[in-house]
Design a protein around this ligand. Structure first.
Ligand SMILES: Nc1nc2c(c(=O)[nH]1)N[C@H]1C(S)=C(S)[C@@H](COP(=O)(O)O)O[C@H]1N2
Ligand SMILES: [Mo]
Length: 441
């Protein structure tokens, strides 16, 4: 049967005169007409995405490990025991590793957005397969695709909103992004198991080099395929495959170019237009990215003034003024701040070793875990817990100065934590208490 235009007062409709009672429009085989769609193009996008997403997933799971979710207060994800089966004691060496892994996670994620969209575009006719269910096996596969596509879109959307400091979800980002990751990875594993051989065959069915030489005038549809990706009634091409690949690749290059600067110190940082920036951060040596300002978290100059005392607790308890701290042995290290949002920077910090302060609390640094608490009045991230290894590292500091100057209030004056290779969120600012305890294992 053929489709028949049907006029009514409302306008023109296609009536359900088509095979199998399929509804009209996108469910009709003739609706999707791009002559570029086909197994080759889909497999090229799919394989690029597969390699990229494996890196994004691994670096994402590493980021969860970097949070040391097993230490008190670092994570409140319910059921993490199961999802965190792979967790390990996060190292302090190399100090810049989280800078690389988290920078790669965020920047590669952004770079893959055009590829993800292109891949979804290339298979969109499959979304409208009719009839929707042909066999139990096919129904299962379609259900897994819902999780695959839904999971990918959910992960990209939540991740991108989070790095734009756009906390709009009605749920907490960390557990949601973590659960989403596992659901997506399970669906991806199934998809790869079912499709990888076919995808590799499809990718080999045409020569990439040849496609990159083929002009619009010589562009022909791929041969008809059993999966129905190739249009049944292809329209004349308006773009070559070379143009399509260039468009997607150019989009990715643009995303990369506009975000990579957030991990570079120096003037190139200003090229990171896709990272929230453009603020004034502070005077002279303190002029580098501020994540949360003092004002934003209810920290006043008076809180951080002469009356401020640091409580160091453990087997015994002491209270120290900033002058007391400055009178202790001070150490200086160049160490990064690497935020989960992907931006990072290296600065030169001066302060007292967390290990020396453990001794003051009466706990040997080789056995001391630590929870640092901020005097901030509201907001999250007011505390962080550290492992024995982190406390014992000689570069782990309660920093008092940065780049030779006192910390600015926004960078955590009077004192803040700096721990090598820790995620930025654990570099607690405006510390009021260091609570040491013997390792609980
Ligand atoms: N008390 C407190 N410390 C904090 C935060 C916070 O919200 N409160 N934010 C953290 C985050 S998320 C990062 S990335 C770093 C950023 O440090 P900076 O603002 O000095 O660059 O501070 C961390 N320290
Ligand atoms: Mo952060």
């Amino acid at each position: 049967m053929t489709k028949q235009p049907f006029r009514s007062e409302g306008g023109t409709y296609l009536i359900r005169a088509h095979t199998g009672g399929a509804p009209a429009g996108p469910f009709l085989p003739g609706f999707w007409r791009s002559p570029l769609r086909g197994p080759w193009l889909t497999s090229v996008f799919g394989l690029v995405l597969l390699v990229g997403l494996i890196i994004v997933a691994v670096t994402g799971l590493l980021s969860y490990a970097a949070y040391q979710p097993r230490l008190p207060g670092n994570d409140t994800t319910p059921g993490k025991g199961l999802l965190g089966f792979y967790l390990f004691d996060w190292p302090t060496n190399p100090a810049w590793m989280y800078r690389i892994t988290q920078g790669a996670h965020v920047i590669l994620g952004l770079t893959l957005v055009p590829v993800l969209l292109a891949k979804l575009w290339s298979v969109i006719p499959k979304l409208f397969d009719w009839p929707p269910v042909r066999s139990p096996a096919q129904a299962m596969e379609r259900a897994s695709l819902v999780l695959l596509v839904g999971g990918a879109v959910f992960q990209f959307v939540t991740g991108i909103l989070n790095i734009q400091l756009f906390y709009v979800f009605p749920f907490s980002f960390y557990p949601a992004h973590l659960y989403g990751a596992w659901i997506f990875l399970a669906a991806l594993a199934l998809h790869v198991a079912l499709r990888l051989p076919k995808a590799i065959r499809a990718a080999r069915s045409r020569s990439l080099r040849q496609e990159l030489r083929t002009r619009l005038a010589d562009t022909r549809p791929e041969p008809p395929d059993p999966d129905g990706l190739v249009a049944a009634e292809p329209a004349p091409p308006t773009m070559s495959r070379r143009g399509m690949l260039g468009f997607v690749g150019g989009g990715s290059a643009l995303m990369f170019g506009l975000s990579v600067g957030q991990t570079l110190d120096g003037p190139l940082r200003r090229t990171a237009l896709l990272a929230p920036h453009g603020r004034v951060y502070g005077p002279g040596p303190n002029d580098f990215q501020v994540n949360k300002t003092a004002a934003g978290l209810g920290v006043t100059a008076a809180d951080a003034g002469d009356a401020w005392r640091l409580t160091v607790a453990g087997a015994k308890q002491v209270r120290l003024s900033r002058a007391d701290l400055l009178a202790m042995p001070l150490h200086t290290y160049a160490l990064p701040i690497a935020c989960v949002e992907g931006w990072s920077t290296e600065q030169v910090w001066t302060g007292v070793r967390l290990a020396d302060l453990a001794l003051l609390a009466g706990i040997p640094p080789g056995a001391a875990e630590l929870t640092a608490r901020s005097l901030q009045r509201f907001g999250y991230f007011g505390q962080a817990s550290f492992s024995v290894r982190q406390v014992a590292d000689p570069r782990s500091l309660l920093a008092l100065r940065v780049n030779g100057a006192d910390l600015s209030l926004d960078h955590g004056f009077p004192a803040r934590i700096i721990v090598p290779n820790a995620p930025g969120v654990h570099n607690t600012k405006w510390v009021r208490e260091l609570a040491y305890r013997r390792e609980s294992r």
